[in-house]
Design a protein around this ligand. Structure first.
Ligand code: ZN
Length: 284
């Protein structure tokens, strides 16, 4: 096949130009991880919810509390949504989190909210899968590159009507928590943090891939809540996402969400972040 556009003579030189990081993040406000760790040591568990397999559950976390997501019983991937508990128009912004921290998050990195809020909603304080790093395929754990499995894409590619995709699970959980009609709740469901999911992009075709999650029962990802949060977690119908999702064929397991409250005075010096300071005049 002939190329519609001629390849320039300096094509190789152009390809060899070195990349630059879009958002050097040295100037991002840094979380005081030592303070968080100390506060966590004296914290008491105040709530827990079990997320059934192929379902989602909601939970609330106050600013200054911690929440932990644990794989129990068997390897299982979870799709996490976060909202400001007082105003669900502020929600987790997977795309900007990816631009700031990279394709996967781990200890010390943060989950940022959408525009015009753009502030840290939660900080990752512990990750028992932090050892995984980036494997030979370019895969890593806890991604902010996938969206969430949903019945529309399933319908587009295979037809049919599967109702336990993460999108639908999260929709039902939010609708139940806030007593909203499903159609209203659905519009607030957003791109997720893929907890424990092992993903990347193929080098040859640039396609999104998944592989069996390295998560073992007992592994967890823990967060510090920077603002008052409403969360929903879906135990993905893909199970460990080693083969397929959007069906009932994969082995699926429940997941555990626990909330911990630090001792009074343990967070001296910490303040819940204000919403972004841009003046919003947009040049007018
Ligand atoms: Zn899913």
């Amino acid at each position: 096949m002939t190329h519609p556009h001629p390849i320039p003579e300096d094509a190789e030189a152009r390809r060899a130009v070195r990349p630059v990081i879009c958002y050097p993040n040295e100037t991002l406000p840094r979380p005081d991880l030592a303070l968080y760790q100390e506060a966590r040591m004296g914290a008491q568990k105040v709530a827990e919810v079990t997320v059934p397999a192929r379902e989602a559950a909601s939970f609330e976390v106050a600013a200054g509390q911690f929440f932990r997501i644990t794989s129990i019983e068997g390897p299982q991937v979870g799709d996490l949504n976060l909202w400001n508990r007082h105003d669900i128009s502020e929600r987790f912004f997977s795309g900007k989190t990816r631009a700031l921290h990279g394709t996967h998050v781990t200890t010390g990195e943060r989950l940022w909210s959408n525009l015009p809020f753009l502030r840290p909603m939660a900080t990752v304080t512990e990750d028992t899968l932090g050892w995984y790093g980036i494997d030979a395929y370019g895969g890593s754990v806890h991604d902010v590159i996938g969206t969430r499995c949903d019945p529309y894409t399933g319908h587009l590619l295979q037809g049919g009507h599967y109702h336990h995709c993460c999108h639908s699970n999260l929709t039902r959980a939010l609708a139940d928590h806030l007593d909203l009609p499903l159609t209203e709740a659905e519009m607030q469901v957003h791109d997720v943090l893929n907890v424990f999911m092992c993903t990347g992009f193929t080098r040859d075709t640039g396609q999104y891939f998944m592989k069996a999650s390295p998560v073992r029962p007992g592994d967890y990802l823990e967060f510090f809540a920077e603002i008052d949060l409403l969360g929903a977690l879906s135990a993905c119908p893909g199970g460990d996402c080693s083969s397929e999702h959007s069906s009932d064929t994969a082995a699926c397991y429940p997941m555990l969400v626990e909330v911990f409250e630090p001792a009074p005075g343990a967070l001296q010096g910490w303040e819940s972040p204000a919403r972004n300071g841009y003046d919003r005049s947009h040049g007018r």
